[in-house]
Design a protein. Structure first.
Lengths: 339, 50
């Protein structure tokens, strides 16, 4: 089945509205260069205008912007750090030339550093910047894709660290949304799947699917989990880590896209030997799950539910149990709608 | 004062292009580098009418 990524609008188009920053009155924290405090605000504001990006880059602004973002004194100055995070986001929303310049100038290193910051708005901008960069078509001079570049520079770890605690997921849904969106974009490139498995992302996603109450996060979580069911290694890890439970939970959402991706994931799990056996365990109630999931206007979701029922029925000695739970009725309902 | 003024002016969207076209980024780069070049206003003052 084709998987189509639908990028979040705010990753692609929106600009930081940083003019709401409080009037400049806080004190610089770097005594050796008191200008830096205000330079951050200026960087953020001038980079809001995408048409100015070429001139700003030509004037050599990216070097100082990156240096300032990595400066030890910067982190203690919340207003400066916030301005710089917004500045990095604004440049990451630029055209491919601006993105190329900032990637070659070291923006990923800066974003990884900012991802460790305590501030909610800074971390949210980091994740949004990662989304924006990951959606670009950048390829390095050595042929490295943007996803490969991000993986090699520990972006996955940074994303994971931003959504690894229940408290953070509950208190900062915006950050989690952006993080999981970034992960979805990265996961869309199959090159990333091994790394995603090796770095524990599957476990984090399963936890997220099991605990989040945010509708948008659930939607994107379903997207990533379904994408990961396409790769053998990631599918095996997903089954091994009891990802089925998380997908079943997500499948009860009303949102059509979420349901479609859950159907894809369930269909793919049912094609796996260990997966189908887990689905057939009595306490899972798979037939009931599929009956509810197929109650949708989405033809794709209904097809995937039907395929999943077909795979379940291929296991010897399970047909009676399936029938007892209403598998035939579910299939008939799908067939009646999709004659 | 230069950095603070530049930061304040840049909050006005209409001024950003003018600032960029008139060397503000070069000044910003210098300020970041710690080159403490405070603005020296030059030019001829306008005398008031007597």
């Amino acid at each position: 089945m084709e998987w189509e990524w639908r990028g979040k609008n705010d990753c692609e188009h929106s600009k930081a509205q940083h003019s709401e920053l409080t009037p400049i009155n806080s004190q610089p924290t770097n005594p050796s260069n008191p200008h830096q405090h205000f330079c951050g605000t200026a960087f953020c504001n001038v980079l809001k205008d995408e048409t100015c990006h070429p001139k700003i880059i030509a004037a050599g602004a990216l070097g100082p912007l990156m240096s300032l973002s990595l400066d030890e004194h910067m982190a203690g100055d919340l207003e400066l750090a916030t301005s710089l995070a917004f500045a990095l986001y604004n440049i990451s929303c630029g055209g491919i030339d601006a993105i190329t310049a900032c990637l070659e100038g070291g923006i990923i290193k800066c974003l990884v550093k900012f991802s460790e910051h305590d501030s909610l708005s800074i971390r949210e901008r980091v994740a949004a910047s990662v989304c924006s960069l990951a959606l670009s078509k950048y390829v390095s001079k050595t042929g490295e894709s943007i996803v490969q570049m991000m993986i090699s520079q520990n972006v996955l770890e940074a994303i994971m660290d931003m959504m690894d605690s229940k408290e953070e997921i509950e208190s900062m849904p915006e950050v989690t949304q952006q993080c999981v969106t970034a992960l979805a974009i990265v996961a869309h490139d199959p090159v990333s799947h091994d790394t995603i498995v090796n770095r524990g992302c599957v476990e984090t996603l399963i936890n997220l699917g099991n605990m989040t109450n945010d509708t948008e996060t659930k939607q994107v979580c379903a997207v990533v989990l379904s994408v990961l069911t396409y790769g053998e290694k990631s599918l095996n890890r997903l089954i091994e880590m009891k990802g089925l439970e998380a997908i079943i939970r997500l499948s009860s959402e009303k949102d059509t896209l979420t349901r479609q991706h859950c159907a894809v994931a369930l269909c793919n799990i049912s094609e796996n030997g260990a997966g189908v056996l887990e689905m057939l365990e009595e306490n899972v109630g798979m037939v009931e799950v599929l009956s509810k999931l197929s109650n949708t206007y989405s033809e794709e979701a209904q097809q995937d539910c039907a395929k999943c029922l077909c795979n379940l029925s291929s296991i010897a000695n399970k047909s009676v149990m399936l029938n007892k739970h209403g598998a035939v009725h579910a299939l008939m309902m799908i067939a009646m709608v999709r004659r | 004062m230069c950095a603070e003024t530049l930061a304040n002016l840049s909050t006005f969207t209409d001024l950003v292009e003018i600032l960029v076209d008139n060397g503000a980024i070069k000044m910003l780069v210098d300020l970041c580098a710690g080159e403490n070049k405070e603005a020296k206003v030059s030019g001829v003052g306008v005398e008031g009418k007597k």
